[in-house]
Design a protein around this ligand. Sequence first.
Ligand SMILES: *Cc1c(COP(=O)(O)O)cnc(C)c1O
Length: 430
Amino acid sequence: MKYYSTNKQSPLVSFKEAALRGQAPDRGLYFPERIPIINQQWLNQFRSFPKEELAYQIMQPYVGADISPEKLYQIVTATINFDFPLIQLEEDIYILELFHGPTLAFKDVGARFMSRCLGCFSNQKTTVLVATSGDTGGAVANGFLNVEGVEVIILYPAGKVSHVQELQLTTCGNNITALRIHGTFDDCQQIVKEAFMDQDLSQRLQLTSANSINIARWLPQQLYYFLAMQQWPISATAPIIAVPSGNLGNIAAGLLAKRSGLIMGNFIAACNVNDTITDFLETGIHTPKQAIMTYSNAMDVGNPSNLIRMLEIYQHNMSSLKSEVDSSRQTDMTTINAIRTVYHDHNYILDPHAAVGYSALKQKLKKGEKGLLLATAHPVKFPEIVEKAIGISIPIPESIKPLYALSQQITEMEASYASFKEWICYRNTP
Ligand SMILES: *Cc1c(COP(=O)(O)O)cnc(C)c1O
């Protein structure tokens, strides 16, 4: 499989090169040259496949000859070695829980896949730079921990990630370094962007990004949709799917799965007040905005990078995109209300991101339709907000208890590229 840049000003590359580069040299995003199509016979059988087999078959055409079949099978097996349960919440609403991975966020899948691919490719030491508002950093840190030949540098805004998230970022050690930036998430992202443009730095280090720009993080997200449909009741109609959305990577991966033949209903980009996609769907013009802080902070994105991939999937035909994708805008108030209502009615605790998705489904689902909500994070990662909604604190899951006993390693830094550059160039010299 070859990948082209959405800006069309860079040469075609293989999976390996696209994964190593992250973004294309012309600053476009990589996109597969053709979308593999699954056939009817496969669709008749896939419910009975073990999830590893399913994952292998979906990912193989995208990876091509860059990773051997045996190695790829190992990689996908390790990537998804936890549960993806589908739960019926209401008569018409089902939830796919994507938070059973090591950092309790759906980003574990992409991070685990990408790290293992890079581990396979690295002949030269690779430095992964990642700016995070919380979830990405933890998943990337955990996914890349002890991967040979790869170091990870995470930039996160001081005081703006939750306690559990900060523990996940700062307790790994080894090849993972956490920089606590005294600024906002946008400042962190700005530093990372400047680093990628800095010619001098790219001569010293082989840099790549671990944001959903990277195809090795983006493509495996299709698996959620296959895993959901494997479990979807046979007799039920295909679901309307609400995807809690920020950078639009997850929803774009779902649309890619649909385009390759997986039978699903329409999609809803469930957003908080940062819903630039709503205007885009109305006008066809993308106007980036300044992000506004909300309770669902992993979706506080004003300039979603994967919008361009959604367009590519529909070959830039706005009316076909609009016929399959809708958006919904939720406020912090409706988010809190959703957490409260679902807890009272079903004794089920949504995290703020899933709560946005739930409200979107409630708003958009028509009579006779079935809805599927992707629950993207465990509520314990957002304890203050959940407590505010339902007045109880959530018990800490066993799997993350050990974090509390580990010591944190944090490098404090002011929000300037100059400080970052000085640190990254001279950190090992006395
Ligand atoms: C990253 C994230 C999202 C948004 O996903 P995108 O692919 O950026 O749209 C939603 N919920 C949670 C919990 C996240 O961490």
